[in-house]
Design a protein around this ligand. Structure first.
Ligand code: IPM
Ligand code: MG
Length: 372
């Protein structure tokens, strides 16, 4: 990112708790850019149910264009029960799929890292989840989500639905490279997840991943069938470093893995391709708690940190945000989803403030050993 020009980040708060958590994440972004002396322009648009109501479609063409012209996109969540009855191609979720496809962000990075202060928040025993620190690398623009043909046809008992799982060697190779590159910067291990005992797509997946591994002699590769992977994630979570998998398996396994790290309110994501990156908390719109000011903004704030790191090339600022979140948790800050009984519960705003307070120079000095 050349420092002489302004950076433009498109904010897409979306539905449900999206606007509440994005407000906190945007404030963190503004603070970080200001500290780094980077002129930052934030441009907000409607997507999902909010756009269906106001503009008649989940992802208006002008919004996708704005996203394509930006440096990065920060999205809250899409989806609302009011729009559940709409045909598939007009539902709020289409905004997300349209953005992923339109931006070509094939590599979805979902870090699952247990903060020590949250070790009691997992439904699994502390000794089991201790040390959990993995990166799920999910293929995001292929597989069942986008494969053709698809659809529902016919009448009565002959009514028939079809989805197509398809992958090319090229699609598998580029996501495998992302996983191996990440493993090189981490603990040098890739677990590739497939269903190669049943599916042709998985046979090609396994062959291709194995071939890519040849270029990364320092990285250990293991293959797991997806059903076994679902079990091993709970049995030995700390053994996983980089988990590489296709779109649908990654969708399912990342929700499962969230429960290792304090719940889905803690999981950020980055979706990367050749152009602007798309950053979003892994949690959904949570309509049941929307508008109450009680949602956990940390997944959105940590997504903003990933945006600072990967799209704005401000790794020090990203580190500071990660450290501020860790400090807030260490100091006992808890939203309702993280709190044990009897503990003071913070609102969405108060949790955002707790993080921003710890980003200020004097507290950064305290957490980073006195350097200013
Ligand atoms: C996710 C979500 C999305 C997905 C939905 C909302 C389309 O579950 O990002 O994991 O299935 O990819
Ligand atoms: Mg999901």
């Amino acid at each position: 990112m050349p420092r002489h020009r302004r950076c433009r980040v498109v904010l897409l708060p979306g539905d449900g708790i999206g606007p509440e958590v994005i407000a906190e994440a945007a404030a963190v972004l503004r603070d970080a850019a200001a500290r780094a002396g980077l002129p930052l322009e934030l441009e907000e648009h409607r997507v999902g149910g909010a756009a269906i109501d106001a503009d008649g479609e989940p992802l208006p063409a002008a919004v996708l264009e704005a996203a394509k012209r930006s440096d990065a996109v920060l999205l809250g969540a899409v989806g609302s029960p009011r729009h559940d009855a709409l045909p598939r191609d007009r539902r709020p979720e289409q905004a997300l799929l349209g953005l992923r496809r339109g931006l070509g962000v094939y590599a979805n990075l979902r870090p699952v890292k247990l903060h020590p202060a949250l070790i009691g928040a997992s439904p699994l025993r502390p000794e089991r989840v201790a040390g959990t620190d993995m990166l799920i690398v999910r293929e995001l623009t292929g597989g069942l989500y986008f494969g053709q043909p698809r659809g529902i046809q016919g009448e009565g008992d002959a009514r028939r639905a079809v989805n197509t799982m398809t992958y090319t060697v090229g699609e598998i190779r580029r996501i495998a490279r992302v996983a191996f590159e990440a493993a090189r910067r981490r603990r040098q291990k890739v677990t590739s997840v497939d269903k190669a005992n049943i599916l042709e797509t998985s046979i090609l997946w396994r062959e291709t991943v194995q071939a890519v591994a040849g270029d990364y002699p320092g990285v250990r590769l293991e293959h797991l069938y997806v059903d076994n992977a679902a079990m091993q994630l709970l049995a030995r979570p700390a053994d996983f470093d980089v988990v590489l998998t296709e779109n649908m398996f990654g969708d399912i396994l990342s929700d499962e893995a969230a429960m290792l790290a304090g719940g889905i309110g803690m999981l950020p994501s980055a979706s990367l391709g050749e152009g602007p990156g798309l950053y979003e908390p892994v949690h959904g719109s949570a309509p049941d708690i929307a508008g109450k000011g009680i949602a956990n903004p940390l997944a959105a704030i940590l997504s903003a940190a990933m945006l600072l790191r990967h799209s704005l090339e401000l790794p020090e600022e990203a580190d500071r945000v990660d450290a501020a979140v860790a400090q807030a948790l260490d100091d006992g800050a808890r939203t309702a989803d993280l709190a044990r009984q009897g503990v003071e519960v913070l609102t969405t705003r108060a949790m955002g403030d707790a993080v921003r307070e710890r980003l200020r120079p004097q507290s950064a000095a305290r957490t980073q050993g006195g350097t200013r």
